[in-house]
Design a protein around this ligand. Structure first.
Ligand code: PMV
Length: 329
């Protein structure tokens, strides 16, 4: 039996634009998916998922390769099973054990579909745990690469490498197309506000694509996010207070550009404004948008307290930078 865990992430900058080859900077945060895997004597796959901010569920898969024989009560649950199924296929491939069956238990304290990289963390942890159970210790970069293949399959080729690379490596990372690097970043004072909902990543990505195809100024907006990321990247190398203030200003700007691209939501805007009015250095949505989470920068308690009283905010928490990526226990 092997257990592995991997962190979720926030986007400091660059979601959506990263889909078109612009750079993005996600940061891993200390909210984790933990996956325990035990090899079975047959080729079946049994997945037990708890705490996915949904009702727990159990799925039993028949022969390998086919679709899981499960009546998923909602599309997110269906996606969750597809992610685990894809991750197990990658582990089988890595260990050259196509017939390996597993009992898999998934536990996560990352809100599902809310822009915190929950699916990437589950996929990364599952690949690492299942490969290790089969006697193969994968390098985090290989885990990231395999996890990306899974996300790309499940999301019909629309996924960037940002979530999976960040979850596997930990810390702050920079992703530009296939070029993925780790960055040296200070522990930024992230505060996360969660509206209790989620957005449909596929639809939101498609919406930006349409706008970008239709209007040159929308394409310019995407390019402007790329410029902003390059500016922000340089700031991360500085550790003075002024740099933090400027990072916050760029986060505000990024949120404005994402809003212009149509991926924000009233709940996200309300939380962003509450954070700003409380004195946060900056605030923006994180991830695909449409609902889910915002991330603000504030070393004081003011933003956290203000979000507690914000009607649109269901949960607020501080999130430290997760310096460890995937860990096999
Ligand atoms: O909502 P998340 O955490 O899955 O992030 C989606 C980020 C996008 O840039 C919109 C898509 C992607 O795959 O990078």
């Amino acid at each position: 039996m092997v257990t592995a865990h991997a962190p979720g992430k926030v986007y400091l900058f660059g979601e959506h634009a990263v889909v078109y080859g612009e750079p993005a900077i996600p940061c891993a945060v200390e909210r984790r998916a933990t996956v325990t895997v035990e090899e079975r004597s047959d080729a079946r796959l049994r997945v037990d998922a708890k705490d996915l901010q949904l009702e727990g569920f159990t799925v039993e898969y028949g022969e390998t390769g086919g679709d899981p024989a499960v009546e998923a009560p909602n599309p997110m649950l269906e996606a969750a099973t597809q992610y685990v199924d894809g991750a197990v296929s990658q582990a089988r491939d890595a260990a050259d054990a196509p017939e390996a069956g597993f009992d898999v238990t998934v536990e996560s304290d990352i809100p599902l579909g809310a822009g915190l990289g929950s699916s990437a963390a589950v996929v990364v942890a599952t690949i690492a745990a299942a490969a290790s159970e089969l006697g193969v210790d994968l390098d985090p970069r290989e885990v990231a690469d395999r996890a990306y293949q899974v996300e790309a399959d499940v999301q019909d080729g629309q996924a960037s490498r940002a979530d999976t690379f960040c979850s596997a490596m930990g810390g702050a990372v920079r992703v530009e197309g296939d070029d993925c690097r780790t960055l040296d970043a200070p522990d930024l004072p992230f505060v996360i506000g969660y509206d209790g909902g989620s957005g449909d990543t596929g639809e939101l990505v498609a919406g930006v694509r349409e706008l970008r195809d239709e209007y040159d100024f929308a394409a310019d907006t995407v390019a402007a996010i790329g410029d902003l990321v390059r500016e922000g990247e340089a700031l991360l190398e500085r550790e003075d207070e002024g740099a933090l203030t400027e990072l916050g200003r760029l986060m505000d700007f990024d949120h404005g550009l994402l809003e212009a691209l149509g991926v924000s939501a009233r709940s996200l805007d309300s939380m962003v404004w509450t954070a700003r009015e409380a004195g946060a250095l900056g605030a923006k949505l994180t991830g695909a948008g449409g609902g889910g989470c915002i991330v603000a920068l504030d070393a004081t308690d003011a933003t956290e307290t203000a979000l507690t009283y914000e009607a649109a905010c269901e949960q607020v928490f501080r999130a430290e930078l997760a310096t460890d990526g995937v860990v096999v226990e």
